[in-house]
Design a binder for this molecule. Structure first.
Ligand SMILES: Nc1nc2c(ncn2[C@@H]2O[C@H](COP(=O)(O)OP(=O)(O)OP(=O)(O)O)[C@@H](O)[C@H]2O)c(=O)[nH]1
Ligand SMILES: [Mg+2]
Length: 382
């Protein structure tokens, strides 16, 4: 079972309908040393930004970010060896043959974290979706009531002839969002993945600055590094007389907080060109920040690396046990009768540093080393 990123997908909605996936059985072995056919891999398409955990323990299995990224989530069983493997000089036609091992079976949890370059963030009803529609071809639902948007809509803006950026309207954030209020956790997780945050301040609100301050505070409480991202601020609905009236005062207050706010109207187009310019600058700034921070562990983008999966060596009985999902799976799948397979497995132990750790822990000749279902006897050199 392999999860594969499909670039155009934007939701996990398909999984509401189908949640069970099963690969076919492999073929049977046949006479004349013929192997049974492997069953084809089953690939399951997921959108970019999918996080994968095992269920119910929640163990993190990987995240799939880029187009065509793949993650094996369940391995097929290994075929059993046929009777020809058990033939000997004295026993030419043995009846004994092994059974195949069953394939892995498991539940996984998928979570989609949005990956957009720019996120429109603000209180409910601030005009985020309308702004997205005015800037892009996206046609999100717009409503004169809070929480019209409950899953982000994505649009694409042209920055210049060659460059495009993905912009999303993150659902409205309310006070207490960082504690999960109004699906806050859910919405804030989308914000984490955006490189530029556009603060959308509602021109029709009685207290636009107070409302925005509350949103900014929720961002800070969720993750203080969010506020360090480039964050242009826009004041919306400037076509409305009451918004125009408030604008000078709101502008002053926001400037006092160190912002350089832009007044816009998605209805009559005021300020949208200036906003596009701001977005270009902000994205360039984000790129500089990311370059500068690329050595900084707290801002690193984590990619799935199967070799990075952990393992540990613990003492067990007279010998040792190696724990770790990948190495245990490999051990279970390795045919230790087969010199080539044995070598491969040995090389994996070396590559992961498990061999060195075992020796450090005192595994000498004759020591028993358990890995998953197998017990190996440690040799001197090989
Ligand atoms: N006059 C005017 N009304 C606007 C403008 N932008 C948005 N509105 C109105 O404000 C209301 C809310 O707009 P939305 O775009 O749905 O707001 P939102 O921020 O996406 O709201 P949620 O998704 O509920 O968080 C709607 O009634 C819009 O028609 C604007 O530029 N001018
Ligand atoms: Mg909306």
């Amino acid at each position: 079972m392999i999860l594969v990123v499909e670039a155009g997908m934007t939701t996990l909605g398909d999984f509401k309908r189908s949640r069970h996936f099963r690969a076919a059985h492999g073929g049977r072995g046949m006479g004349r040393r013929a192997h049974g056919k492997n069953a084809p891999d089953v690939t399951i398409r997921v959108p970019p930004g999918t996080l994968v955990r095992s269920h119910p323990d929640g163990e993190f299995l990987g995240e799939l970010l880029e187009a065509d990224a793949r993650l094996v989530v369940a391995h097929g069983g290994r075929g059993g060896r046929g009777n020809v493997h058990f033939a000997s000089a004295t026993h030419r036609a043995p009846k004994h043959a092994e059974k195949g091992t069953p394939g892995e079976e498991r539940w996984i949890e998928l979570e989609l974290k949005l990956i957009a370059d720019i996120g429109l963030v603000g209180a409910p009803n601030a005009g985020k979706s309308t702004l997205l529609a005015a800037l892009t071809e996206a046609r999100p639902e717009v409503g004169a009531y809070p929480f019209t948007t409950i899953t982000p809509n994505l649009g694409v803006i042209a920055l210049d002839d060659e460059h495009r950026a993905v912009i999303a309207d993150v659902p409205g954030l309310i006070e207490g969002a960082h504690e999960g209020k109004g699906l806050g956790h859910h919405f804030l997780r989308h914000v984490e993945r955006t490189r530029v945050i556009v603060g959308v301040v509602d021109g029709s609100a009685a207290d636009p600055v107070g409302e925005w301050d509350a949103v900014a505070e929720e961002l800070r409480l969720h993750d203080p590094t969010l506020l360090a991202r480039p964050m242009p601020i826009v004041f919306t609905k400037l076509d409305l007389p009451e918004a125009r009236e408030r604008w000078p005062e709101v502008r002053k207050a926001l400037e006092a907080d160190g912002h350089d706010p832009l007044g816009v109207s998605a209805h009559d187009g005021t300020g949208l060109d200036a906003l596009l310019d701001r977005l270009r600058t902000a994205l360039a700034e984000a790129e500089d920040q990311e370059d500068a921070a690329s050595g900084d562990a707290t801002m690193r983008v984590h990619r799935f690396d199967p070799l990075a999966e952990g393992w540990e060596v613990v003492a067990e009985g007279d010998g040792f046990r190696v724990r770790g999902r990948r190495i245990e799976v490999q051990a279970a799948r390795t045919d230790f009768e087969n010199a080539e397979s044995r070598d491969r497995f040995w090389r994996l132990l070396e590559r992961l540093g498990i061999d060195a750790e075992l020796r450090r822990a005192g595994a000498g000749a004759g020591a028993a080393v358990h890995i998953g279902p197998v017990e190996l006897e440690w040799g001197d050199d090989d």
